[in-house]
Design a protein around this ligand. Structure first.
Ligand code: MG
Length: 312
């Protein structure tokens, strides 16, 4: 197999995960979690979002979060930026990277940001200009890249076209988002091939959800294709708006565990990461879907007298 030896993980919990939480997570706690992620060796974090505070009250403290976190350790702190206004705020806050987003399908883009995909992409030029003047790289996220909850199948060609536009805009990379958990191994292979053909050399990240239980199987497909960047969230925090009981993002600890067992380096301290996930679970006040945070590592042994009967 063609597995990469090193994988870069982007932790999206502080943005993608917290955004799905109803009760406000105090700014000081957000800062603490980001600092601990950096300390655990996470190289890139989606720290917050410069969307309208009215649209996403949970992330209304974007400026304070960026001001409060320890920037001395060199992890890349990325932030979501919806438009020029958001880009100006993000530049002022000196984010390390801006992330813009567009859906692969027209229906999802209209539902998400109330405009056609071409209007979204046209708006990225202004973001790229603001970011360029501030010397900040931009990357692009493609939502519903493996299937749309309104339209069904998404053509890999369309995903490739958008990635090509990103490349023309000078973006640092593209992330393919499985927004509602519709990706399967064959669809992953088709989308990766389409992006590589349409935008050769563009950095490629995969952002999977575990909505239907095959998030890590999709990662395995990506690894086999040599993709070395993945996005995930601590504890698997983050839901799916179309399936209230289903999980969203794949879980970072579970992903790091898998990679470590395969001998693939991430630079992340898994025990520290599990500790963070357990504290995030307490902070949000409900169970998170992560497995390693509950089960521990494979060779964490149990004293024989600690269980009454080894059932099953
Ligand atoms: Mg997500």
């Amino acid at each position: 197999m063609n597995h990469p030896q090193h994988v870069q993980i982007t932790e999206v919990g502080p943005r993608d995960g917290f955004q799905a939480e109803r009760s406000f997570i105090p700014t000081a706690r957000k800062i603490e979690f980001i600092d601990r992620l950096v300390e655990a060796g996470v190289p890139r974090i989606e720290a917050t979002s410069f969307v309208s505070p009215r649209a996403v009250p949970q992330l209304a403290d974007a400026e304070e979060v960026m001001r409060g976190v320890d920037r001395s350790r060199g992890a890349v702190l990325a932030a979501l930026v919806p438009n020029k206004r958001g880009a100006l705020r993000a530049a002022e806050a000196a984010v390390d990277e801006m992330v813009v987003f567009v859906s692969a399908s027209e229906s999802h883009n209209r539902k998400n940001v109330n405009r056609p995909t071409e209007a979204s992409i046209a708006g990225f030029e202004e973001v790229a200009r603001v970011a360029g003047e501030a010397g900040i790289p931009v990357s692009g996220a493609i939502s519903v890249a493996f299937g749309c909850p309104f339209e069904g199948e998404v053509a890999p060609m369309r995903v490739g076209e958008i990635a090509h536009r990103f490349q023309q805009l000078g973006f640092a990379g593209a992330s393919l988002g499985d927004t509602t958990g519709m990706a399967t191994p064959p669809l992953v292979a088709a989308a990766v091939a389409a992006v590589r053909e349409a935008a050769p050399g563009l950095g490629l990240s995969l952002h999977f959800h575990n909505t239907r239980g095959i998030g890590l199987a999709n990662v395995m497909t990506g690894l086999g294709l040599g993709v070395d960047r993945y996005e995930s969230s601590f504890g698997g925090i983050g839901g799916c708006p179309f399936a209230p009981k289903a999980t969203g993002n794949i879980c970072t600890e579970d992903l790091v565990y898998l990679l470590a067992e395969m001998g693939i380096d991430t630079g992340i301290d898994l025990r520290k990461l599990s500790g963070i996930a357990c504290d995030v679970e307490v902070a949000v006040g409900h169970a998170l879907p992560g497995q390693i945070m509950k089960a521990g590592l494979r060779l964490d042994l149990h004293p024989m007298d600690s269980v009454r009967v080894a059932q099953g």
